[in-house]
Design a protein. Structure first.
Length: 94
């Protein structure tokens, strides 16, 4: 018995934000953009000691498409506007 190949990659994003509420509103508004990039099933976790330190777990149907969207000028501007501090760490795993 063989397992069917995994159609989605797991995507983990670690980032710091200035203010969670501001960032969260922006994240929620971009749901359709994530879906268009093949990114689904997002779950946001906050560090208990620093609620502006976030980890987001999501599924990515196409790593190249998701990476292109995450690296786009539009997404960079959105991250800056929503209060992301520095560059997020993004990892994909099967």
């Amino acid at each position: 018995m063989t397992n069917a190949p995994n159609k989605n990659e797991n995507m983990t994003v670690h980032l710091k934000v200035k203010d969670y509420s501001t960032w969260r509103a922006s994240y929620d508004e971009r749901k359709n953009n994530r879906l268009s990039a093949g990114i689904t099933n997002g779950r946001v976790f906050r560090n208990a000691e620093d609620p502006n330190d976030l980890v987001i777990l999501q599924d990515a149907a196409d790593v190249a498409k998701a990476s292109a969207w995450l690296g786009s000028d539009d997404m960079k501007a959105t991250m800056q506007k929503s209060g992301v501090i520095g560059s997020p760490t993004i990892r994909f795993a099967a």
